[in-house]
Design a protein around this ligand. Sequence first.
Ligand code: GLC
Length: 551
Amino acid sequence: MTQTNLARSAPQDETTWWRHAVIYQVYPRSFADNDGDGIGDLPGIASRLPYLAKLGVDAIWLSPFYRSPQHDGGYDVSDYRDVDPLFGTLADFDRMLAEAHRLGLRIIVDLVPNHTSTEHAWFREAVATLPGSAARQRYIFRDGKGKDGELPPNNWQSIFGGNAWSRAPGDSQWYLHLFDRSQPDLNWDHPEVRSDFEDVLRFWLDRGVDGFRVDVAHGLIKAEGLPDWAGQTSMVEGEEGAHSNNGPMWDQEGVHDVYRRWRQVLDEYDNDRMMVAEAWVHPPQRLARYVRADEMQQAFNFDYLLTHWDAQAFRDVVTRSLAVSAEVGAPTTWVMSNHDTVRHTSRYGLSVPGARPKGIDAAGEQPNEALGLRRARAAALLTLALPGSAYIYQGEELGLPEHTTLAAEHRQDPAFFRTSGEEIGRDGCRVPLPWQSAAPAFGFGPGTATWLPQPVSFARYAVDRQEGDAGSTLELYRAALRLRRQRDLGNGELVWRDAEPGVVAFANGGVHVVVNTNDHPVALPGGEVLVSSVPLDSGHMLPANSAVWLG
Ligand code: GLC
């Protein structure tokens, strides 16, 4: 098929832009609200594009805005080819995309292929037909075990807690859902599932998108026979080793055929379109298989996200990540936060700095906000100096903390409900952004409504408070992104420098980066200070928990 592609006018700069791009994640519900219903929308995003252009990022990844009953923040899609009225219309999308391209920003959209919503036409058709019907083959329906099939077909658990199998009311068969019961897993052995998703890719490529973030990329294919598994299902390779992602639902060989085919589809288009895998797999060599030359261009580096505030750990993860991706000729990515994890600003302020609790509530350990922010600012100078592609989660550039005292009555994450509150969940990192410190809802929308309440502390982090203040986190990000671009650090080469314990030091291009993770100052090598995460008074010492770029 040849695409018409009339709307396309993306930035025409260098090729393989994604090798070094800084990509900003927008979580549409919480970015900017234009119509005042308390939920962010596409016109809201469009209105803030100049802010993102000024920040100095290259591209934007939009979490889902498709038609959805919103049982998992839109990761439960009922129509992949339409915009949910909550977020606007297809025309709003086109306008937003055109404006982004005019400003030199590329747009990546989220693709959710592992499961649909139970409201998707296919699933409605499936449950309206009898066991054995063709419509049921698009999902993973099975008869139950036990005398009357009253037991689930196997022992798999949902990532959000509880059983991974449910029955529609009155239905004799069970359907698999690795996530919420409103998110039935598709059967990727079905040719129609494959061809329809190719068509979805083309739908958005024809509209002019620059790429896709592929949700749960490691989950599409399940092991033959759906064998029982003794391990515990989890999105994250657990630090304690209790969780593991080597179960029969993860990282099966067959997923790669899907991405090879999708790559062929992308390659039919101009302008270097890309895909990035969300694949929580381990070890890194397994992740590298998603970014082989004929598959995706990028994969999120979650090992980096999971790294604690520790110089040796940073050195190790950077060295390993660069080596493993180089083996397959792919760029490395660097990511510290997203809509599924406690914001790193808060994680770095915990007694185990960088630990990753599954949400924080008022009963949990409260992070040291000032220390977490101080370390997060230093970590920004580490991340943005590394060669490869860096991801920024909305609000990170403001130093925004997690909302750690959100009351249970406001929580919406299905993981909170499916674990009866044992997992606090992800709402605390999804709170609507503060744009104006003195405005209702901190300027998130025209009125007072916000779908999650904002903590009062957000006033301090509002964009208008930070803009023009040289010591602010926003201006730190702007300065670092400007230098990163000027010095082409994303395309650079990292050379480690000797450093004392607790210090990460390397050169990239002409920039010498020093990160002090210690709680005490360390001697600073000579050189012109290009940017620093704290004011450098003496010029000879780098204070505790801070970082500097020297020229
Ligand atoms: C991915 C998304 C997450 C979602 C899940 C199910 O991990 O990032 O937000 O809940 O997939 O689609």
